[in-house]
Design a protein around this ligand. Structure first.
Ligand code: ZN
Length: 318
């Protein structure tokens, strides 16, 4: 079966439905939120309210993007999924060094050790303590994607984590979601993952629209890799909407490779925390803008349903 691994179990990829490709449903207290308090998204009741609104607007799935020990809480994600009916995919993997204290294990474990931890999250279940201490208590909720990141340079730590992610991908078939810093190093990420034997049809590069340079996007998309744009609500009025322009310019040229998300990792973006535009924005206002720009219902289905289903399905070894 062509399946997607959600926190509540495996589902047929064709049952995923309308999906946001990069979200932050829960960010629990920890080093990350100590550094950036605005990232704290720990409230199950507020998340449930927000995701009910998303569901009412047609939304059916989200990919959570906080990997090991960066505020991930799979028990909360499972509770929210159960309460709302929204499929949630939880990640394993590791984020940028800046989201961890300087002595964190993610900066000195070997490729094999990291791959072992990622694989166990995917095949056995995510640790209830989120790998933040020596006692591991695996839940029944398994990881369905491997989240990795590059910052402004491709550091040795990041290279090690990429190698571990590739190993976990090759061994389990789990898809990979990457963070790019303001859209940079996309070409380098693709090159490295290809060298490591990763199937680029199951890799999504995030935030690329933060570098809205058409030639750069074409170079990356020509590799077959999938991309996620999430700044549709971030541009200032005088910039217009480069995210919309990229989608319009590239969708026909690179079918099945472009997805959307909000990456709404701040309380100020959520209506249930008193902010805006709210997590249904892409299905309401922005879908209107896409239609006004000439996108058809088939294009919309491709961005929100078909491409996420194909990308986040586990890769089957042939
Ligand atoms: Zn994110």
């Amino acid at each position: 079966m062509n399946f997607v691994r959600t926190v509540l179990g495996d589902i047929a990829a064709s049952d995923l439905g309308v999906c946001y490709a990069h979200e932050h449903v829960i960010i629990d207290p920890g080093f990350t939120t100590q550094v950036t308090p605005e990232f704290l998204l720990d409230d199950v009741a507020r998340a449930t309210t927000e995701l009910r609104g998303f569901y009412a607007s047609g939304g059916r799935a989200m990919v959570d993007s906080m990997p090991c020990d960066a505020g991930r809480n799979v028990v909360k994600l499972a509770a929210i999924s159960e309460a709302t009916g929204v499929h949630l995919i939880a990640p394993t993997g590791l984020h940028l060094a800046k989201y961890y204290d300087p002595g964190h294990w993610g900066s000195f474990y070997s490729v094999e050790q990291l791959a072992g931890l990622f694989i166990a999250d995917i095949t056995d279940g995510i640790d209830a303590h989120d790998y933040n201490g020596p006692v591991v208590a695996r839940t029944k909720h398994r990881a369905g994607v491997i989240k990795i990141a590059t910052g402004t340079g491709f550091t040795e730590r990041e290279q090690t984590i990429f190698a571990a992610a590739a190993e976990a991908h090759c061994r389990t078939g789990a898809p990979i979601l990457t963070h790019t810093e303001l859209g940079t190093l996309g070409v380098e990420q693709v090159t490295r993952l290809r060298e490591l034997g990763v199937d680029l049809h199951h890799v999504c590069l995030s935030h690329l629209d933060r570098k809205p340079d058409l030639a750069y996007h074409r170079e990356i998309l020509a590799s077959g890799v999938r991309v996620e744009y999430d700044s549709a609500f971030r541009w200032s009025a005088e910039r217009g909407n480069p995210t919309l322009e990229l989608v319009v310019a590239l969708l026909a040229e690179f079918p099945g490779q472009i997805m959307l998300g909000m990456d709404a990792a701040r309380r100020g973006y959520w209506r249930s925390y008193g902010g805006g535009p709210g997590l249904d924005f892409l299905l309401t206002d922005f879908s209107e803008q896409l239609r006004a720009a000439g996108l058809t219902a088939a294009h919309w289905q491709e961005i929100f349903v078909a491409t996420p289903a194909a990308t986040y399905a586990f890769h089957s070894k042939s």
